[in-house]
Structure formats: C-alpha cells, structure tokens
Design a protein around this ligand. Sequence first.
Ligand code: ZN
Ligand code: ZN
Length: 447
Amino acid sequence: MVAGTALDREWLTSLYKEFHRRPELSGAEEWTAGRIAEELRRFSDWEVTTGIGGHGITAVLRNGEGPTVLFRADFDGLPVAENTGVDYASTHAQLDAQGQRVPTMHACGHDAHTSSALGAMSIIDASREKWQGTVVFLFQPAEEASIGAHRMVNDGLRTIIPRPDVCLGQHVVPGPAGQVYTAPGPVLTSSTTIEITLFGRGAHASMPHRAVDPVVLAASVVMKLQTVVSRELPPGKFAVVTVASVEAGKANNVIPDSARLALSCRFYEESVRTRAVDAIKRIVRSEAAAAGCEREPEFRFLGLLAATDNDSTAYAVVRPHFDEFFGAQSQEMEPWTASEDFSVIPRAFNAPYLFWTVGITPLKQWRRAEAAERLDIDIPSNHNPGFLPDLSTLPVTTQAAALAVLGCLTHQWPGTPAGWSPATGTEASDIDAAAVRRAKVETSQAD
Ligand SMILES: [Zn+2]
Ligand SMILES: [Zn+2]
C-alpha cells in the first residue's frame, strides 16, 4: 500500500487513530514500539534497529553518497483522561510509576509526530531515485519524562546509526490548523531542576545557640536567590528561577539538621543558564558559610535539558522549502517556553539541528476564540484533556517532515563527502518539491 505511492492518506489517518486510541506512558511504550516496528517492515530496504534505550527504534536507508539526514519523532503518551469526544478517543489505562492505574492520552500529539514520520518515510522511500545520501528516522520513547533521548544515546545510538549531518524534529501546537512555524536560534527553553540539601546542626528547639538552623538558612537562601534574575542577569534576557519546594523539620520542638530545596529554572540561552547556575551555587555556598555550616551544601542536578537552539544554516536550508510549499502558511515561530529532549540527539553527534512547530487547532475554533479574545482560555494547549490535532493537519506534518529531510539532502553540510553534489540534472530546490507535491495532489484527491 505504501511502497508504490508517495502518501496514502487513508493509511496515514487510520494509523494515527490507532496510535491515538492506545497511548502508553513514558518508558512503557511496548505496544506502540511494536506497532511502529510492524509498519517499518513495509520499508524493506531500511535497516531497522529496535529496543534502543528501552523502546527506541531507528530506520536507516542508505541511498548512495551524500548527506546524512536524521528525522526524530517521539511516541509516548501522558497520564491524562481524554475529553475530546471523538470516536477514536483513548479509553486506555496503564500502571504508573507508583503502581496506580491511570487513564492515558496522547495529549501532546506524539501520535501525530509518529504517524507523520512514517508518512514522510513513505514519501522519501518512494522518491529515492530523486535524491542521494542516507536518511535516518528515529522513533524516540519517554520524551515526557525527559529521559528517552538520553537513554537512546547511552545505549549506543552513536554506533547504531551513521553520524547525521543535520537532525530535524517537529511538534504540534495550538495554532491555526496547517500553519508551519520555524525560526533560527533558541525556540524552546532549557530546563534545569536542582535539588539542594543544606546541612546545619540539629538541636532542641529551645536551644538555638547549639544549632546551625537550616530553616533560617533555607529562608535566607530562598530570598537571596530572587536576586539571580533581578540583579545578576541582563534585563531583557529570559530567565526563570523558581524555588518550587522547601522541606525542613518534622516536629515543633526540634531544630532539624538539614533542609531541602527544589528549584526549577528555565532559559533560552546557555550562557544565561551557566551564569544563573553559577550564581545559585555561589549564593547557596556563601549563605551556608555565613550561617556557620560545617558541611558544604549538596547540589543534585535532575532532569537537565538544554534549550532547543535552532542552527541558522539548517533554518536557511529548510525555510525556503516551507515557504515555497506552504506559502502564507509558513510563518515565523515565536519562542515556546516549553522544553524538549530532542536536541540531546544532535548534541550527541555534534550535529546542527532544526525543530519546528505546526498549528493543529481547527480553524473555526481558532477564529471564534480569537474574535472573543479568548485564545488562552478556549484553545486547549498541549497536555490538556481536550488537545486534539485537526485531522487535516496530518498531511501537513507529514509533508513538512518529508520536505525538510529532502531539502537537507540537497545541501553540502560540513560532514558531507567532499566532491559530492546533488543529483545531476535536477535543481536542488526541485528535488523535494516533486515528490512532496505528488503527495499533495494525492491528499487533496482523498479529501
Ligand atoms: Zn508534552
Ligand atoms: Zn511533546
């Protein structure tokens, strides 16, 4: 069904609905991974590896000398009870990490990412006489837990696939259905979670002179940390330092011997992040010393994610293809305050990357909310029980993925073999358009 045609919309939609009905939690995506692997069997010449870092999968097609381009799609769901009312809504439930049975939902659209990646593969596979190089599709589990990409890298990803010259990824977001948003530079924040333990000296509550009181120390640290963003970082630079949790003491008559703080910090720029983290450490250590602590505070970095910082060359290569193909629907991306582990993959290979977003809200719903100035209230965001991509956007995410991959295959990247040039007799900018436009014709016929 797939091999002969560029894109079969019926197959794409039913595949998407199948994934949507059965979302699985991060790290527990056994069925989803099995279903992806089953679809990959249709692509006979692709070298498929399963079980990378848990349920991770890669598929590689070597098609002559040329650039190596990687496209990544994630496929985990969330512990959310779906409330969309569609006949393909999830009724699935799973045991969470605490052993509790929870309803699951593809509330972040990772099902759309994955089915679109398989759709893009079918376009790329069917047009292989039009391009040369190597294409890698990477299906990543456990994105929501921020561990999936790290696990794949730690499980030998670098020895399983060839080094990509460029990595690509996308995310569905609230926005008019079919709009494709790209931008160079930082587009998603980095996320740094820090757990800090302050060690004082415990004593009877009536004898503070015998204690080094970690409660007073913690209070002073929390207040002093407010100066990191307001006094140390340049005004106008985006930064959030939130002390989200403070824990100390269990009894009213005991001065505890330690206190624990949990910080969540978000940034766009790595230099800002480094400055903020250095300032946090300096302030915490200095406050502990000022309080007379005998033991140094401990810092544990949990869930560290770098910002998604789009490469300007990758942007310059892909954006004209989007502009040409999607016309006015190709738009500038506003930075998103969410964080992603996508960039862990390109960073592992020291490769440039581009991550873009696609609007999936039904147009009528969007326009109505916009007219009422209620976009933030009426439009379900990612992770909301009502978040649901309009089905018309499946071909868009599929075409965007195929276009970007094929566009990058026409570019001479620093790692591309010397002397290589795009397929002879074809204008670089035409190579992708031909294959994807064919897909566009087929999808519009299916309407
Ligand atoms: Zn999410
Ligand atoms: Zn997501």
